[in-house]
Design a protein around this ligand. Structure first.
Ligand SMILES: NC(=O)c1ccc[n+]([C@@H]2O[C@H](COP(=O)([O-])OP(=O)(O)OC[C@H]3O[C@@H](n4cnc5c(N)ncnc54)[C@H](OP(=O)(O)O)[C@@H]3O)[C@@H](O)[C@H]2O)c1
Length: 274
């Protein structure tokens, strides 16, 4: 895809899993990168590797997207501290972001009522609030240039409530609905906003979520390929993999309670193991 050659991509959650695979793929396509996550050491190692392999420009900005929202919200309802820091850093270094990939995110499997509230709120902060803030910061310059791309990470969990993963699935529903709205708003300006909705994918996600799920069906590399292709095609959203596509399509014809019942059976198993 020569489309990414010479473009600058900002990838959140680039230290592991799907985000790191985006970095690898885009560097191989000739894009320049801005990588962000909490794990500065991993970002530095990845940046060194990509610079060596692809002779591309890689900037790293370590930031915790869950950090200290409250103080900032009081000062300005539009901006959270870490997203603002990331934006300011790109401005300071004179970097123009052509492609924003809002990939950072995490889940937690278990009964909502018995999980820590702090963790649920941090999840909303990283998955939703930071994504909205970053989009709000980087979108206006794209609209002004009448050119740009935003890829937001949804999930097959975007399409229905998921028992024992309730907050996570709700964040992913938000991302799909929010991004579809922006897709319609931004299309006339030549800016594409696409939601990539993977199913179970090989990454650290399941270990972090506490599900220790070992039957991940897709590689992070194939999810990345599908996402970048959909973005280049200007699509509003894409579900990765035929099994996942079929599942999401069939759900439309089944009562919502039936779908939730099926999801309960799957995720109860993982919740019990916690
Ligand atoms: N894997 C799946 O089955 C699957 C399915 C559907 C959707 N997704 C979505 O895909 C995206 C990527 O997840 P993944 O599967 O690649 O999981 P992963 O391997 O656990 O990677 C998650 C990334 O998010 C970053 N992150 C987490 N908390 C953060 C914070 N507070 N501040 C900044 N960065 C943070 C992590 O970096 P640090 O720890 O270094 O901060 C890491 O780079 C997520 O949005 C996830 O919801 C995954």
């Amino acid at each position: 895809m020569a489309i990414w050659q010479g473009k600058t991509a900002l990838i959140t959650g680039a230290s592991y899993g799907i985000g790191a695979a985006f970095a690898q793929r885009l560097a191989a396509e000739g894009a320049h990168l801005i990588l962000t996550a909490r794990s500065a050491d991993r970002l530095a190692a990845l940046a060194d590797e990509l610079k060596r392999q692809h002779n591309t420009r890689v900037t790293i900005i370590a930031a915790d997207l869950a950090a200290d929202l409250a103080a900032d919200l009081a000062a300005d309802l539009n901006e959270a501290s870490a997203p603002q820091h990331i934006f300011d850093e790109t401005q300071r270094q004179g970097l123009t972001v052509d492609l924003l990939i809002n990939n950072a995110g995490f889940g937690a499997v278990g009964d909502f009522a018995f999980q820590s509230l702090d963790k649920q709120l941090a999840m909303i902060q990283v998955n939703v609030t930071a994504l909205v803030a970053l989009t709000h910061l980087f979108l206006p310059p794209m609209l002004a240039r009448r050119h740009g791309y935003i890829l937001n990470l949804g999930s097959t969990a975007s399409f229905q409530g998921v028992p024992f993963l309730a907050t996570y699935a709700a964040t992913k529903s938000f991302i799909l609905n929010f991004s579809e709205g922006l897709w319609g708003e931004c299309k006339p300006y030549g800016v594409t906003v696409t939601t990539l909705c993977p199913g179970s994918t090989e990454s650290n996600f399941h270990a972090v979520a506490g599900s220790e799920r070992h039957n991940a069906k897709q590689s992070a590399e194939s999810v990345v390929e599908i996402g970048l292709q959909a973005l280049a095609q200007g699509r509003s959203h894409v579900v990765s993999g035929w099994n996942n596509k079929l599942m999401v399509w069939m759900e439309r014809f089944v009562p919502r309670q039936t779908v939730i019942g099926m999801a309960t059976k799957v995720f109860q198993e993982f919740a019990r193991k916690n």
